[in-house]
Design a protein around this ligand. Sequence first.
Ligand code: NAP
Length: 515
Amino acid sequence: MATTEQRHEQHRSTAGPARTLKVDNPATGAQIAELPSLDRKGTLELVDRARAAQPEWDALGFRGRGALLRDMRRWLVQNRKRVIRTLSDENGKPYEDAQLEIFYCADALGFWAKKAPKWLADEHERPHSPLLLGRKVVNRYLPYGVVGVIGPWNYPLINNFGDAIPALMAGNSVVLKPASLTPLSSMLMQEGLRAVGVPDDVFLVANGPGGTVGSALVDAVDMLHFTGSTEVGKRLAEQAARRLLPVTLELGGKDPMIVLRDANLERAANAAVWGALQNGGQTCISIERVYVESEAYEPFVAKVVEKVGRLRQGAPGAAGKVDIGAVTSPEQADLVEEHLRDAVERGATIEVGGKRRAGTGLFFEPTVLTGVDHSMKIMREETFGPTLPIMRVDSEEEAVRLANDSDMGLDASVFAKDPAHAEHVARRLQSGAAVVNDALANYFAMEIPIGGMKESGVGARHGRIGIQKYAKRQNLVVTRFALNRELYYFPYSKGATKLTEWLIVALFGRGSRRR
Ligand code: NAP
């Protein structure tokens, strides 16, 4: 079994000139794969191959690409057991958390195949300007060419392949760089796409250290979608700015949940426990802090503590075996420990959990804290682990103020008896998504965009913008019936200028008609 320090060392070894990538199962510590690791030159070659393959892929049209992606959906469903096992092995997540990744990606393959022809169709508008009378005015969408997708380890399918799907449907080829800790499920997606007939170089997986492979992608692709930490996202944005590369960034979160006094506390507690601890709390939109109105505080805490105490943690395996799996990244386990130490030193109480589990694998007990406040890291910085800090507040106003007291703004939950009241509160939150009487559900609303406010990101996935961002736009104006010259062409003359003057006054000279 690899110790935390050994796993650190091994991960670091991929950041130098090493040419292989070792993959561990965090639940057992056993090495499960060793893959070739690309250097900069190899990454650039991959981008060249993807670029050469793109025109043929684009030429298939929405119909041809959609048919292949629907075949990929069938492949994914037929191979789901193998993919689930791979996800559990490389990430340490339970069967059900892996199954959710299959659900999302299978759904997304059909969703984007269906929506792309509509959301990327030419948009015809009737021009309003008298200067464009009779013209055809069209907004066109064209694929960028090669899209780079760089993904994190917490959702090796959803936040990696999942973001490649709309890019592919838009007619781009994709080079995906998965996190070094979890490259295997992306390799399976490459295998699946080839098996259903997608040309080999249309989707390529670039394995290797972020600083080398990810950085080379930023220098070579035509558009970049990044999901990961705010720290790395900022660095990539700076690098991308040097060549004006279009980027979208899906970054960290510190998502609040507000429980108002009249909420259904049984549902709120169930949602808090699942929303904070599913996938071991390693979800960008995990509930990371809870604010409960005084009147509901004690019963809510009692319910949460009781429910968390009953959770089963252990190495993933068959369906229904465990609720919480392993911590995927050793660095993350250290961070969770640091946040807990800091909170306890500043007066917090650990109600349940609170430590690493001894023995095989990397496990951190699901942990509930009370007596927390905003002087503590656990209430202000992303923890990204199985922790649930709960804070008592005196009023709805205080809950909103504290929820907004953050550099991040990804998702948020509000619980109240009256959904309209909860919605009113949700609309006051500074987060790119908010959900009423539920947790994390925003991610399944693929029809509308989801992305971060503040330091949680730039741009969005899902909705029209979730596929239009993978396309260049062309503004096309077609003049069909015309005189030899326009009013505003050379030579400038007194007569034409006077006429334009008259038009300005006649068309725009009036104020509001209300008075
Ligand atoms: P990370 O350390 O930022 O890494 C993300 C990806 O970037 C990995 O593939 C990594 O490669 C690569 N990378 C690292 N340094 C790079 C560089 N200098 N140039 C180019 N690429 C580089 O994040 P993580 O620890 O994997 O993921 C956890 C974070 O992701 C959390 O903050 C979480 O909130 C966030 N997240 C956000 C969303 C969202 O939708 N907003 C979704 C999921 C996760 P290596 O693995 O080789 O280092």
